[in-house]
Ligand binder design. Structure first.
Ligand code: AMP
Length: 330
């Protein structure tokens, strides 16, 4: 179906329902929190008589500057509700216990499609962020919608975080055009950056220690392992521990980088990142998925961790056999 037709169907549904529940993925990031709160603020301002909520089971403290999500309700709240799921590719990653009991589900997402769980699915994996799609929805129907400043700030946050501050290959002209629309609305870029990127001093100390421990494989997979011990030593939140992926992203000679993070349930979270080549195929092999150059997975033992690193190394080898570039001459 044509995008314009899909957007019209989605907008008609929004107008039809008086009870709208917006949901997102577990382990929230800037894009899913920005998209859900951004859409909520737009709809609340545009349709003051409708009940519009964002219900989730887990939260990210560092994104609280965007506003609070609502406390999850009883199953009755869902019976006559339109569910809008944002930025979540597979239904078992939705951070909500009751969404399946809603009357209809709309999925709006920018991950590679593997599970079209919505009654209506607007999925476009060429988009740098889900927030970009929400801004497009607003822009298409702006004669009937209001964009309050708090919505613009939330949506800008998602665009800036999921595009790696506008440096990933997923960034297109539209990414910047929609960001510009939000800046024109008055978002405070300096304040958003301060909220997102200032870190506690101990996190920088940890970065030093992690960089010392980082390893590189023969073909250029850089990886770190943020163990439970290190997390305890530096009193890290899981989010701080996970953010360590960013310290190994700009190493010459490396086109795949990985962070392994011990989860409290003894599983190991894997964050996979790459430039020039894809990593989602590796993530999919290890209980995960995501985008072509930014994916997540889970491993259940050190042996599985080693296998994943080996697979990533083989993928680079394969890639290098058919490509030439100065970036891995080191
Ligand atoms: P992360 O490193 O966890 O931030 O993941 C990178 C991207 O992949 C994010 O957009 C996640 O939503 C997505 N992702 C992470 N884990 C999974 C998974 N198990 N299945 C599908 N997508 C995932």
């Amino acid at each position: 179906m044509e995008t314009n037709e899909l957007k019209q169907i989605i907008f008609n549904k929004i107008k039809e329902y008086n009870n709208i529940i917006i949901v997102r993925h577990i382990r929230p990031d800037g894009d899913c929190v920005g998209a859900t709160l951004g859409l909520k603020y737009i709809l609340q301002e545009s349709f003051p008589n409708k009940k519009i909520k964002v219900y989730a089971n887990d939260y990210a403290d560092y994104l609280e500057f965007l506003g609070s999500e609502d406390k999850d309700e009883t199953p009755e709240a869902y019976v006559d509700a339109l569910i809008i799921a944002l930025d979540v590719s597979v239904s078992d990653r939705i951070s909500n216990s009751y969404f399946k009991t809603g009357k209809e589900i709309i999925k709006i997402d920018h991950h590679i499609e593997t599970d079209p769980y919505g009654d209506i699915n607007w999925v476009d994996d060429t988009r740098a962020s889900c927030c970009e799609m929400i801004v497009e929805l607003y822009d298409t129907f702006k004669n009937e919608l209001v964009l309050p400043l708090n919505a613009a700030q939330a949506l800008y946050t998602g665009i800036v975080t999921d595009s790696g501050r506008f440096k990933f290959s997923s960034v297109k002209g539209d990414t910047l055009r929609y960001a510009a629309l939000l800046i024109d609305r008055g978002v405070d870029i300096e304040r958003i950056s301060a909220n997102l990127y200032l870190k506690e001093f101990n996190v920088y100390k940890l970065q030093g220690e992690m960089l010392k421990k980082a390893k590189i494989t023969k073909n250029g997979v850089v990886y770190i392992y943020v163990t439970e011990d290190i997390q305890k030593k530096y009193n890290l939140s899981l989010n701080d521990a996970s953010s360590m992926i960013s310290i190994i992203e700009s190493i010459k000679g490396s086109i795949i980088w990985l962070a392994f993070i011990d989860n409290p349930d003894k599983t190991i979270r894997v964050r996979l990142r790459s430039r020039f080549m894809t990593v989602n195929q590796i993530a999919e092999k290890y209980h995960g998925g995501g985008h072509d150059r930014a994916s997540g997975a889970t491993v259940y033992s050190k042996e599985e961790m080693k296998r994943l690193i080996k697979d990533a190394d083989k993928e680079i080898k394969k890639y290098k056999e058919s490509h030439n570039d100065w970036l891995w001459e080191y």
